[in-house]
Every structure is written in structure tokens, then in C-alpha cells.
Design a protein around this ligand. Structure first.
Ligand SMILES: *Cc1c(COP(=O)(O)O)cnc(C)c1O
Length: 497
């Protein structure tokens, strides 16, 4: 049976997978969810002999039912090729008895590449399938990593333009340099004088602005999203959890059917939700361990059942998780509300108006597979240092949040289930914070000198992504007020009132 998608706020708005990818967000601001998740056709044993690309096909064909075999295989082959610096695409590394799933071997050295390498191909295929003639304008808010990964994915893709908004003072120096040096006539990068939530809210507002939509259409454009609210981001993210399990099975670490835990450093709740969907497809996962930094809205939510964004926004050394409104949680809320769009819409309305909502006891009971934890800045730095001292393995700040929360979980529960930790960025992307943790005496050095130091200490070669930006020219210098985001979009597209 084909999988169709409908909005979390309206069951009636049914679309195909390709239409959901094109639209990004449903008309009333809800997120598209699958009407069911099929079980896969292959056994775990069979999957364990497959390449990343083969596993990707087995998983994605079930969720993206209206793509043909040829279309999907072409998208997969174009995405997961030599852009990645290892044939495994997502290798596992063991340290202190846990398995780090390295999701940072793509072009921008963060896990966003896993989905954003394929999204442009899915989107242009979807446009062709649906006879879309308009130029697609990808509108993206980024906490640092999505922006660059989306820019790399869409730069130079015919029939698309991409606009990225990032918090001017809320990303690492290397993240910013990666974005503002982006080449390609169809790319536009803007710093905003606000935080990630401001950027995300501004973007969502433009999606919902009917008048703007009409102006765009008159000029031959339509918006879509590269954020993890797009189902075309989530589905490719399911793949690597299955692939991780397949590798553990192939290596004899686990037996077929034995469950594993996953630990995910979480911001917008997209990565961990993909794991949850993978379980629905049949992947044996025991616990979903949701790791937050000091912006611990999700930890509080799992502890109390109340989601409350009314709090100070804290800038941390794991900036890609500095988020107070985790958009994808809406998909889980919809699910545990018994797939009740009206109930979900009420919670989201409350979030919009009062900044919070409280789920029912029944709903809370359905969250038993989740464990929430958080790491302070000191915990994060200590985890990086400990793992480096014990194993010589250097992890980035986001992954360190997860590593700390996993230690905390094990101490609290005694659970010895084999555990996969999503390693979401290369330490080179956050060199300064990582070096502050393992070599504080070097803190006076400039950014690229630290990169060289890190290479010496970690014995890991400097990735091309870093080497390239050393000398690259700054091509994007626009900075704007939050209120002026729409004006910037119109300016770039040449639309004026
Ligand atoms: C985006 C990102 C996260 C958070 O992922 P979500 O899917 O938003 O929860 C964690 N770590 C890094 C390095 C990221 O880029």
C-alpha cells in the first residue's frame, strides 16, 4: 500500500511523498506525516550484507512510494558518492564500549550532509513528476550546519535558488566562514540580528504568508524548505540507523533481533525522530536517549510532560542544538495524541500563544521508550577530554553532549544494551571549543593554527571542507534585522511591491 502524507494539523490535506517534499510545510503550518510506516521486506540479516546505497534504497522505497525504482536509485547514486570521504558513508567507531556512528564524512562535515546530499535530487525529481514549472526557492533557517549543507546541496542546481538565514552571533567562526564563502549565483546567505528561533520563526512566517506566496507565483517562484520539517530530510535520516544496526550485526557485536539503544544530540528533534520512525519500520531499538545542552527544553519535557519555551536562550559551545522550539517534536506529539490532528493543533496553538503546553498522562505513558538528559558546558568539555585521554579519539561538542548523557543514563539505569551514539559533527567544525577542552594552554592561537594542532593531536587528517575555507573569499556580507528578512528575500529574487 502506498504511503501518503497528511498534515499534523489537518487529516484531510492528503498528498503524495513527492508533493510533500515539494511543499515542505502544509498550508496551515502543520508538518507532513506518513499515514503509515510499512515494515521492510528484507530481513536484518540480508540488510547486514548491503552497502549504504543498497540499505538506502530498501528504506526509502517504502516511505517514498510514488518515486520509481529508477528515480530513487539515481537520486541515491548521485548523493552518496565520492562527496563522502569513505565508502562506508557512515562508519562506526568504538570508544569506551559505545559505538560512535560518524555522520560527518560528507562535504560540510556535519550530519546534515546525510540528508541534504540527496534532498536536491529528490526535490528536482519531485518537481518533474508533478509538472512544476516554477523555480523553487529554498528558504532555510540554520543554527549553523543545515545552512552550509543545504548551500552545498543546492548550489548550481538548475531550477532552484537557495536563501539561508543564520544568527549572526550564534554560530562558530568556522561555521560562519563556511557559509559566507559559498559560491554559486543561485545562493544567498544572510546573517540576522537574532537567534536561531527568530530565524526559524521568520522563515515559517514567510511560508504562511499568502500575499507573499502570490507575489512569488506571479514572478515564477515557489518556496520550499530544506529544514528537517521537510519529510525529504527525515526519510534519508532513517537509513543510517538501519545501516548502523546492519554493521553491528555484520561485525558480530549483536545477534539478529537483539535491540540497541541510540543516543542523539538533539536540537530540532529531526535526527532522533528518524530513529523513532526506523523502529516503526522494524528496527530493534530499546531506548531513544535524547541529549540536550543547557537549552534543556526537551529534558524538562520528558521529565514533566510540559513543553515550555519561556526561558532564556543560552548560547553554548554546541550551537547547532541551541534551540527552544524543536519543530519536529510536533510529529511525535501528533503520534502520541493518537494521530489526532485537532488535539495536536490545540497544543501547537498553545505553544504559539503562551509558549507552552502540557500533554495528558495517557500521552506521557507513550513516551516510555525515551530518556531525556542534558549536559552543561563543563560536562561537555569534560566528556571530550575524558574520551581523548582514554582512547585518543576526539569528538565534537555536540557528540560530547550525547556521550555525557549516555554515561549518566548508564549510571542511572545499569542498562548494558549495546549503544550507538550519533556523532553529528567533525571535531574540526568546532575546533576552538574542542581544543579548549583537550589543550586549554593553546587558547591564544588563531582558528587555523588550532586546526593544525588538532590534526597533530587527533591523528586525523584535516578535512577538505576546512582546508578549502582557509583562503576562500567572503562572498556574502548581508546582515539584517529580524523584521527585514522578507525584504531581503524579495530583494534577492528581484520582487518589489
Ligand atoms: C543539527 C545538528 C544537531 C541537532 O539535530 P536535530 O535533528 O535538529 O535534532 C546536532 N548536532 C549537530 C552537529 C547538528 O548539526
Amino acid at each position: 500500500m502506498a504511503v501518503l502524507y497528511h498534515s499534523t494539523r489537518n487529516d484531510d490535506a492528503v498528498v503524495t511523498a513527492s508533493q510533500a517534499i515539494l511543499k515542505g510545510l502544509s498550508d496551515e503550518g502543520g508538518l507532513f506525516v506518513p499515514d503509515h510506516i510499512p515494515a521492510w521486506e528484507k530481513s536484518l540479516k540480508e540488510l547486514s550484507g548491503m552497502t549504504y546505497q543498497e540499505v538506502a534504497y530498501e528504506v526509502m522505497k517504502l516511505m517514498l512510494s510514488d518515486f520509481t525504482e529508477e528515480e530513487l536509485k539515481t537520486c541515491i547514486d548521485c548523493a552518496y558518492d565520492s562527496k563522502f570521504d569513505t565508502d562506508k558513508i557512515a562508519p562506526l567507531k568504538e570508544a569506551e564500549g559505545a559505538y560512535y556512528l560518524e555522520l560527518f564524512h560528507g562535504r560540510t562535515i556535519a550530519f546534515k550532509d546525510m540528508a541534504l546530499s540527496i534532498l536536491p535530487h529528490l526535490m528536482t525529481t519531485a518537481a518533474r513528476k508533478n509538472g512544476v514549472k516554477k523555480e523553487i526557492v529554498i528558504l532555510t533557517a540554520t543554527s549553523g550546519d543545515t545552512g552550509k549543507a543545504a548551500l552545498e546541496g543546492f548550489a548550481g542546481v538548475p531550477g532552484t535558488k537557495i536563501i539561508v538565514f543564520y544568527p549572526k552571533n550564534g554560530v562558530s567562526a568556522i561555521q560562519e566562514k563556511q557559509m559566507v564563502t559559498q559560491k554559486g549565483d543561485n545562493t544567498f546567505v544572510v546573517g540576522i540580528k537574532g537567534n536561531f528561533d527568530d530565524a526559524q520563526t521568520g522563515v515559517k512566517k514567510m511560508f504562511g504568508d499568502k500575499e507573499l506566496g502570490a507575489e512569488l507565483a506571479a514572478c515564477g517562484y515557489q518556496f520550499s524548505s530544506a529544514n528537517s520539517i521537510n519529510i525529504g530530510r527525515l526519510v534519508p535520516q532513517m537509513v543510517y540507523y538501519v545501516y548502523a544496526y546492519a554493521q553491528l550485526l555484520a561485525d558480530g557485536v549483536i545477534q539478529e533481533g537483539e535491540a540497541m539503544n541510540v543516543v542523539v544530540p538533539t536540537g530540532n528533534f529531526g535526527n532522533i525522530l528518524a530513529a523513532y520512525y526506523a523502529k516503526e519500520m522494524g528496527l530493534p531499538i530499546h531506548k531513544f536517549i535524547c541529549a540536550s545542552n543547557d537549552n534543556k527544553v526537551l529534558f524538562d519535557f520528558f521529565a514533566t510532560g510540559t513543553y515550555d519555551r519561556n526561558r532564556e536562550f543560552i548560547l553554548t559551545t554546541s550551537p547547532s542544538m541551541d534551540i527552544l522550539i524543536s519543530s519536529n517534536l510536533e510529529r511525535l506529539i501528533y503520534k502520541i495524541a493518537g494521530e489526532d490532528a485537532a488535539a495536536n493543533a490545540d497544543f501547537m496553538k498553545s505553544l504559539n500563544t503562551t509558549g507552552k503546553y502540557t500533554i495528558t498522562e495517557d500521552m506521557k505513558a507513550k513516551l516510555a521508550d525515551f530518556y531525556g538528559g542534558y549536559a552543561t558546558e563543563a560536562d561537555t568539555a569534560a566528556a571530550i577530554k575524558r574520551i581523548y585521554d582514554n582512547c585518543g579519539y576526539v569528538i565534537d561538542t555536540h557528540t560530547a553532549v550525547a556521550a555525557f548523557v549516555y554515561e549518566q543514563y548508564k549510571a542511572a539505569t545499569g542498562d548494558e544494551t549495546k549503544t550507538v551514539i550519533a556523532s553529528t559533527a567533525s571535531p574540526y567544525k568546532f575546533t576552538r571549543s574542542v581544543m579548549d577542552a583537550i589543550a586549554p594552554e593553546k587558547s591564544d592561537a588563531e582558528d587555523f593554527a588550532l586546526v593544525d594542532e588538532l590534526s597533530g593531536m587527533s591523528k586525523v587528517q584535516i578535512p577538505d571542507a576546512i582546508a578549502e575555507i582557509r583562503t576562500a573569499d567572503i562572498l556574502h556580507k548581508t546582515v539584517c534585522e529580524v523584521e527585514d528578512m522578507c525584504k531581503e528575500v524579495k530583494g534577492f529574487l528581484g520582487i518589489c511591491r
